[in-house]
Design a binder for this molecule. Sequence first.
Ligand SMILES: [Ca+2]
Length: 230
Amino acid sequence: MKLKMILAALVVLSLSSSGAFAQAGTPITSIPSWEVASEFNDSANPSGVWSYCTKLTTFATSCSPLSAPYAEMYDPTDIVGWTDPTGSGATIAHNVHPVPFTTSNPYPITVPAHALAMSPGAGGQYAVLRFKAPAKGSYKISGQFYVLDATNFGPGVYWNTTDVEIVKNSTTSVFSSTTDYLFGLKWTSFTSKTVVMNTGDTLDFQVGYGSNGNNYFDTDGLNAVIEKIK
Ligand SMILES: [Ca+2]
């Protein structure tokens, strides 16, 4: 009797293991996807689905190219990207290295490997990273804005405060939040936001100078994956 039970158990194990094997053989469907930081192009703007620009208000319809090459003053070969040619300070740059890099300016920040660093302008000009939909469909967006500059002079002085948004076609809010380093808002995540877009529709990932009305230490990082799910 015991032997029969053991044999039965072996048969069940054998069946379930062959079932698992069959599942492992199921073809995997490839989903087109993009990632903001790893695909950042510091030598061409626009670049494929991406462009880098600046706007004056959250829903401004005009977004002027960040057409001036940017090289961080103290580390000009390490942190590079694009900045506002008018000199507002609106900038999108990245760490060119495959390892974290700490800047050598008087208020250093550590930028993770290949990470983006987005800074708004002194007059509230947004740093905008724009995705242009290559085809009609549903797109899923996941990621986060996070404080990169942790310099903090305490209440009433200066620290990172930013407003961060994802805006479709300059008119529709997909995500809206803030960072505030002193009050513990060190990152803000967006997960599985689904957006239906036509070919050529735009999604703007943008950083503004937040509620305190200045851009001191307002550099944020951004990670975001966009997947075309149908
Ligand atoms: Ca601010």
